[in-house]
Design a protein around this ligand. Structure first.
Ligand code: 1PZ
Length: 211
């Protein structure tokens, strides 16, 4: 993974994460997240408490993937099936399997919804729109529902440190602003599709509220 973020690479990893029969490859799903972490790091230290949590969750999933049962962690679908069939998921409260693949991925999945909402706002924003407002609106519509008060406050502080829209577009490294908007238009359907497939799978298996 290169150090500089590129929106193009995020697009490519999410595209690679979808198999022909619409399963989601965990390997590429977490590569997408790694790219997003590098983007967040380029925005400054205020975001490190957020990126640390993401890195930690990526690590948990990578450990499963490279572990002895790794073959069951190739896709989100195979992971859900394997963990449920083998009672490896704490369903109502955290006890013997506090860091299952299912609950860990659910955290990233919820954050992907935030990302989808935020990027859509960014895509359709005007010159004078504020990134902090777009970010927090997207957050309040999604992730905030799953976060306790203290985290919501800390996240609110971090949003204030976001660079303005122009800088944001530049950091995305995808050419001029018209090109960024076009690329966002191309990325968003893919991100939505990956999100929706995961959402349906989790809903079908009653996993959307995993502790
Ligand atoms: C570009 C600016 C970045 C804004 C990020 C907006 C989202 C804020 C998320 C705040 C997370 C705060 C730190 C950790 C929270 C954890 O408690 C939760 C639940 O995990 P648990 O405690 O149950 O193990 N973690 C999460 O909800 C995952 C949060 C992931 C945030 C991903 C941000 C994506 C940034 C992409 C950059 C474009």
């Amino acid at each position: 993974m290169a150090d500089t973020f590129s929106l193009q690479r995020v697009l490519e990893t999410f595209r690679s994460s979808l198999s022909e029969n619409k399963e989601v490859y965990i390997k590429y799903y977490i590569s997408g997240w790694k790219e997003l972490v590098s983007f967040m790091n380029s925005l400054g230290n205020v975001f490190s408490f957020i990126s640390k949590d993401v890195v930690c969750k990526i690590q948990i999933l990578e450990n499963f993937l490279s572990g002895e049962n790794g073959s069951h962690y190739v896709t989100i679908q195979s992971m859900v099936k394997y963990e449920l069939e083998n009672d490896l998921v704490d369903l109502t409260k955290r006890s013997s399997h506090p860091e299952s693949g299912c609950r860990t991925l659910l955290r990233l999945h919820r954050a992907l919804r935030w990302l989808e909402l935020f990027l859509e706002k960014l895509r359709t924003s005007s010159e004078d729109s504020k990134t902090s407002v777009m970010c927090s609106d997207a957050y309040n519509e999604s992730l905030a529902h799953h976060h306790p008060w203290l985290i919501r406050k800390a996240v609110g502080v971090a949003f204030c440190a976001l660079p303005g829209r122009n800088t944001f577009f530049d950091v995305m490294n995808a050419g001029d602003h018209t090109q960024v908007v076009a690329l966002l238009g191309e990325s968003l359907p893919l991100i939505s599709e990956v999100y929706q497939i995961t959402e349906d799978l989790y809903a079908k298996n009653n996993l959307l509220e995993l502790p």
